[in-house]
Design a protein around this ligand. Structure first.
Ligand SMILES: Cc1cc2nc3c(=O)[nH]c(=O)nc-3n(C[C@H](O)[C@H](O)[C@H](O)COP(=O)(O)OP(=O)(O)OC[C@H]3O[C@@H](n4cnc5c(N)ncnc54)[C@H](O)[C@@H]3O)c2cc1C
Ligand SMILES: NC(=O)c1ccc[n+]([C@@H]2O[C@H](COP(=O)([O-])OP(=O)(O)OC[C@H]3O[C@@H](n4cnc5c(N)ncnc54)[C@H](O)[C@@H]3O)[C@@H](O)[C@H]2O)c1
Length: 449
């Protein structure tokens, strides 16, 4: 056992949230140790947002080219995965090498330690033989990993998680996807557009079950995959290809199997019990300053407040300001945005209509199908989507919204502002919306309340 090294701050996990926190604290002049056992930057740049959105971009280009007949002549489309794999490898991930990210952190004055950190007591962190004692802050930013459900026969088969799906250089002829959440749906549409026969197996009664029912309908209609809902995988076997027995007695087969059944924080491995926190909890509970305990902060997926990169960045900013005693606003999750990057994109913010109905007394909903708006009509093929707003009529403000359509992820920004700033519905009603934009449909949806 080496000597204990005394520092100001130890950050465990240098994914999106940890890198932002550690880098800013180091740049502010604190002595910061950043510990990462895999790649600095975490899931988002190497196996999440960035490479998957490159894939989505490629799939959308294919789909748009296929819309040319009837609109603008003819086009021959021959999908090829090679340029997608190349972009993912060379442009997104540097061949899954984090040198640039490590240098970015050390360039701000931080000390980088590669290894698995364990908490051994208040402010104390062990990495290999070295122990660190943080006098000012311990920050836990350890993210989540793919959940592998305990399905008979699954363990030991060469199933994919998002990591293998992102890293693949070649595509299978057929793919089974367990789970129809954001991960399952985004991969399904991309791979289907490159000619893979995709089957989604979703245990609940609709895909994108956390979103509005209309979002699930749009997703199912555009995804290009066979969607089996209300069935769970009962047994998996592998003999060069996968066979999955489903809970209704039927069987599906596929060359590959992607497990996309959710994410979990692995709190049990961190030594939380040594600082009075519960290692059996699902997530770390934080207050509005991202404090999880005495001189302990937690940010990102590990808090369970929304597994999105923008949430990790948001929470990192709050934790940094608190650790540096800079004040400013605390965490406020009312206007939490999210975008499922299908074609059409499905943007959403705040509460769904079902959540609002269960929490509030006087809720009204306004919905406009996109093809009934001027821009949707002009757009023609590929205009699937809708705009839905959810209002708390007692307070006269919006509390939730969904914008599905060709620019769904961009449209949601306007509604995020409305919810974040609590713009009165009366004020929104008097707003002028440019014609003929997709976002003009927001005005129509508000009129429909
Ligand atoms: C396929 C996929 C697509 C996604 N697409 C989007 C998207 O389009 N938009 C979006 O906003 N979000 C998206 N996300 C979610 C986004 O990637 C996460 O919300 C984000 O990465 C969370 O950042 P984090 O810092 O909390 O955790 P992570 O990025 O998971 O980083 C945590 C880090 O901690 C490290 N670590 C864990 N334990 C230890 C330990 N004991 N010692 C040392 N290091 C440790 C891990 O190795 C990891 O690098 C996607 C996720 C996936 C899987
Ligand atoms: N565009 C984005 O921002 C984006 C993209 C991908 C992922 N993410 C983040 O990553 C998180 C995790 O994504 P995810 O899709 O893995 O999780 P999820 O929790 O959103 O969806 C998992 C789905 O799997 C189903 N399921 C669970 N066990 C099952 C089983 N045994 N058989 C069949 N179905 C089963 C669940 O009913 C659920 O619908 C998302 O919630 C999101 O926060 C974001």
């Amino acid at each position: 056992m080496g000597d204990v090294r005394n520092v100001d701050v130890v950050v465990i996990g240098l994914g999106v949230g940890g890198e932002e926190t550690a880098g800013r604290l180091a740049a502010a002049g604190l002595d910061v140790i950043g510990v990462e056992h895999t790649l600095v930057g975490g899931e988002c740049p190497y196996w999440g947002c960035i490479p998957t959105k490159m894939m989505v971009r490629a799939g959308s280009a294919i789909a748009e080219a296929r819309r040319i007949p009837g609109l603008a002549g003819s086009a021959t489309v021959e999908p090829d995965w090679a340029p997608v794999a190349r972009r993912v490898r060379d442009e997104a991930t540097d061949g899954w090498d984090d040198k640039v990210a490590v240098d970015r952190f050390t360039g701000k004055g931080g000390t980088f330690v590669r290894g698995r950190a364990t908490i051994t007591g208040p402010g104390r962190v062990q990495v290999g033989e070295q122990e660190y004692a943080a006098s000012r802050a311990l920050v836990i930013a350890t993210g989540t990993v793919a959940v592998i459900p305990p399905i008979d026969g699954l363990a030991g088969t060469p199933y994919w998680t998002n990591r293998e799906a992102v890293e693949t250089n070649t595509l299978p002829g057929s793919l089974l996807i367990l789970g129809g959440g954001a991960i399952g749906c985004e991969f399904a549409q991309v791979f289907a557009r490159f000619g893979v026969q995709v089957t989604i197996i979703e245990g609940s009664d609709r895909i994108l079950a956390m979103e509005e029912p209309e979002s699930s309908e749009v997703a199912a209609s555009v995804i290009g995959a066979t969607v089996r809902t209300g069935v769970r995988a009962a047994k998996v076997s592998y003999d060069g290809a996968f066979t999955v027995e489903l809970s209704d007695g039927s069987t599906v087969t596929g060359e590959k199997l992607l497990v996309a059944t959710g994410r979990a924080a692995r709190l049990g491995e961190l030594g939380l019990e040594t600082v009075g926190l519960d290692p059996s909890a699902r997530f770390l509970t934080t207050d509005d300053r991202m404090r999880a305990g005495d001189r302990i902060w937690a940010v990102g997926d590990v808090t369970g407040n929304g597994a999105f990169t923008h949430m990790a960045m948001y929470e990192a900013d709050i934790a940094v300001r608190d650790i540096l005693d800079q004040g400013g606003p605390g965490a406020d999750y009312r206007a939490r945005p999210r975008v499922t990057f299908l074609d059409p994109e499905i943007g959403a913010v705040g509460l769904t209509s079902a959540q609002a109905a269960s929490q509030l007394g006087n809720v009204r909903v306004g919905v406009v199908p996109l093809d009934q708006t001027s821009r949707g009509f002009v757009h023609g093929p590929g205009n699937e989507g809708f705009i839905k707003v959810v209002a708390d009529m007692d307070r006269g403000v919006l509390v939730g919204a969904t914008t599905a359509g060709p620019a769904g992820g961009e449209m949601i920004g306007a509604l995020a502002v409305a919810i974040h700033a609590e713009v009165p519905i009366a004020t929104l009603r008097s707003q002028i919306w440019a014609y003929p934009t997709f976002h003009r449909g927001i005005g129509d949806a508000i009129k429909a309340l």
